[in-house]
Design a protein around this ligand. Structure first.
Ligand SMILES: C[S@@+](CC[C@H](N)C(=O)[O-])C[C@H]1O[C@@H](n2cnc3c(N)ncnc32)[C@H](O)[C@@H]1O
Length: 379
């Protein structure tokens, strides 16, 4: 914390003195010859992970398997001894047995119980001519979380849902406050009710629905049992007490549209619960984002195994859907580089986003962000 503040003050001083924007990047940003060239997958489907090390020289290779403690890969799960490296090598890691092979050689067996959903390898290679190369990889196991379980909010998808969703929720509340409407707001996928509570605090009457019984129980404790109901909005439609309250002044879909297999049909159903003057507030993923284009199946949008419609939702599609359904779009834009991999090829985009306002403007200007925000009104 103190170190962070000192670093910020130092960079600010240099920026003022040089009239440039000073940033600090990780050491590997300064020299590509330090980075061990390899290819691998962020998303691990099935039990086997391959890491194809491209370096053609000879030397000694070491490997450390790292697990996550909350948000950071700081837990050392296994450390190898040095293994002879004789040129381009395929490491294969079997997550069902814990066996790590370097080419045909069994290099070690790692206790699999210790390996969580996210993990990393840190590889170090010392070549026979004395050069050293390093590389961190980043991986997560594809998981089909039971869709409505408490586990989803407490480990399987979120490390800690309440704290991880807090910033997004503040933004959602500010967005809603900036676009006033008459009447009650209906939040779809309200989870544990924190945004409903926030809306109540702002003096906006709000109701919610979610298909997680566990989450609805928490939400009811927060905002009242007559305000929140359990239903699968896509497969079952809306429960009677909600339908009775229609038309709503606003529909709120915060990080939920991408969960529906057929988002358009859900939007159509929700539009029927509105009237002229109603608003719709949507925060969702953008399938046309820069990260999706670059990383393809390794896009962060696929981390959440319940994102059934994540390939369908984009700026262009949402604009088309809402216009077809008779909404007037007030705002439709994207932001954010969303990527949780520790691999330097992924980290570089995050660093760029964090440190360069021109890059942020480019991403926003070309609708390339991972997070899409939309406000529309029924004329
Ligand atoms: C990513 S969480 C977002 C929660 C909350 N809106 C927020 O932004 O913090 C998605 C929520 O939508 C709910 N959900 C997903 N599919 C649903 C469906 N078909 N019907 C009702 N709720 C659903 C999940 O249970 C979960 O609470």
């Amino acid at each position: 914390m103190i170190l962070g503040a000192a670093k910020d003050a130092f960079l600010k001083t240099i920026s003022v003195m040089t009239r440039r924007s000073a940033v600090l990047l990780p050491a590997e940003a300064g020299d590509e010859s330090r980075t061990l060239p390899l290819s691998t997958r962020y998303r691990v489907e099935g039990p086997r992970l391959d890491i194809d090390i491209h370096f053609e020289g000879r030397g000694w290779l070491r490997a450390v398997l790292l697990g996550y403690e909350t948000y950071y890969p700081t837990k050392r799960l296994w450390t190898s001894g040095p293994a002879r490296y004789e040129g381009r090598t395929l490491l294969s890691f079997d997550l069902s047995t814990g066996q790590l092979r370097s080419g045909a050689m069994l290099w070690g067996t790692i206790p699999i119980a210790a390996i969580g959903r996210r993990f990393c390898w840190r590889l170090e290679l010392t070549s026979d001519d004395g050069r050293t190369f390093e590389r961190m990889t980043g991986h997560y196991r594809a998981a089909s979380t039971a869709e409505a379980s408490s586990d989803y909010f407490q480990g399987a998808n979120y490390v800690d849902y309440e704290s991880q969703s807090a910033a997004g929720r503040r933004d959602a509340a500010a967005l809603i406050e900036a676009h006033p409407f008459e009447g009650t707001a209906l939040e779809i996928g309200c989870a544990t009710g924190a945004l409903l509570l926030e809306l109540q605090r702002l003096g906006i009457p709000a109701m919610g629905v979610d298909f997680s019984e566990w989450a609805v129980e928490q939400a009811r404790g927060r905002v009242g049992a007559d305000r929140v109901f359990v239903a699968d909005v896509e497969r079952q439609g809306l429960p009677e007490p909600i339908v009775r309250e229609a038309p709503f002044g606003a529909i709120v879909l915060h990080a939920v549209l991408e969960h529906f297999g057929d988002p358009l049909s859900v939007l159509e159903r929700l539009t029927a619960l509105t009237r002229p003057g109603s608003r719709i507030f949507i925060t969702t993923t953008n399938a046309d984002s820069l990260c999706h284009r670059l990383f393809g199946p390794d896009w962060e949008g696929y981390f959440d195994g319940t994102h059934r419609g994540v390939d369908r939702v984009s700026v262009e599609e949402l604009r088309r859907w809402l216009t077809t359904l008779g909404w007037r779009i007030e705002r439709l834009d994207t932001t954010l580089i969303w990527d949780g991999s520790a691999d330097p090829e992924h980290a570089t985009l995050r660093d760029w986003w964090r440190t360069d306002a021109r890059f942020r403007a480019l991403v926003a200007g070309k609708d390339l962000g991972d997070l899409l925000t939309c406000v529309a009104t029924r004329p």
